[in-house]
Design a protein around this ligand. Sequence first.
Ligand SMILES: Nc1ncnc2c1ncn2[C@@H]1O[C@H](COP(=O)(O)OP(=O)(O)OP(=O)(O)O)[C@@H](O)[C@H]1O
Ligand SMILES: [Mg+2]
Length: 258
Amino acid sequence: MQVVAAWPGADPEFGAVPLGFSGPRGVRCLLGPRGGKDEEQILESSGYFVTFEGIEGAGKSTQIASTRSYLAARSIEAVVVREPGGTEVGDRVRDILLSPLKEPLAPLAELLLFCASRHQLVTTVIRPALAAGHVVLCDRFADSSRAYQGFGRGLPLDVIEQVNNVATGGLEPDLTIVLDVPPERGLNRVELRSGAAPGDRFETEALDFHRRVREGFLQLAREAPRRVAVVDAGRPAEQVTRAVLELIEHGIRRRLGT
Ligand SMILES: Nc1ncnc2c1ncn2[C@@H]1O[C@H](COP(=O)(O)OP(=O)(O)OP(=O)(O)O)[C@@H](O)[C@H]1O
Ligand SMILES: [Mg+2]
């Protein structure tokens, strides 16, 4: 099967080029006009792994849904997963992590629970999907542990690195998109979204906590500029989507070395 995607690039507003994907053995890109000739390449390690990060209410779910629809309209079925969760075990862990608890959850226990869910997700869903050549869109991943348990809770970053590595087996996203909004704005969106429903364990943290987490994401982006891109997510959702799709296209091109 081969599918050619009219990437946003077909639209002069986006200024990019058409890309295409095919499965099941690798993400295949048909490179159009910019390469000067029609050219077909298969990404070396098959699949393309994109993670979406950001504080509460930054717009991760919204942007993943838009990206998925965009790809689906071009017959590209992305595998969409979220953390914590995405598996039966992970969903149960999610419940522990997000529901209010009577006793405080020790930061290291919190990290280990996130990483238990992450390991289950990586081994049973993400790696097989990538091996089959799929685009994987993941709502939060290892950077959330760095930002929340590191910058937010104060756990040493080297401990987080070790545990993350054990959980992921060294798997890194090809592209991480940090959706950046001031915490006040993000939390306000969450409030509007949830109505009277009480917030989860993270949503109810103090503003200062969310500020540290946001700064953490920005710091991570500065440290890994080739992998992590920051998008101003305070803009209207459609503008954010445009930036997100451009990054994904650009990321794939960079992987292809074009
Ligand atoms: N760019 C935007 N401008 C205004 N509102 C937005 C924007 N993006 C998302 N929203 C709205 O803000 C709310 C939060 O967005 P969303 O659920 O996508 O955030 P999230 O990052 O997934 O949050 P969470 O961390 O709680 O999962 C939703 O009601 C959504 O419709
Ligand atoms: Mg969400």
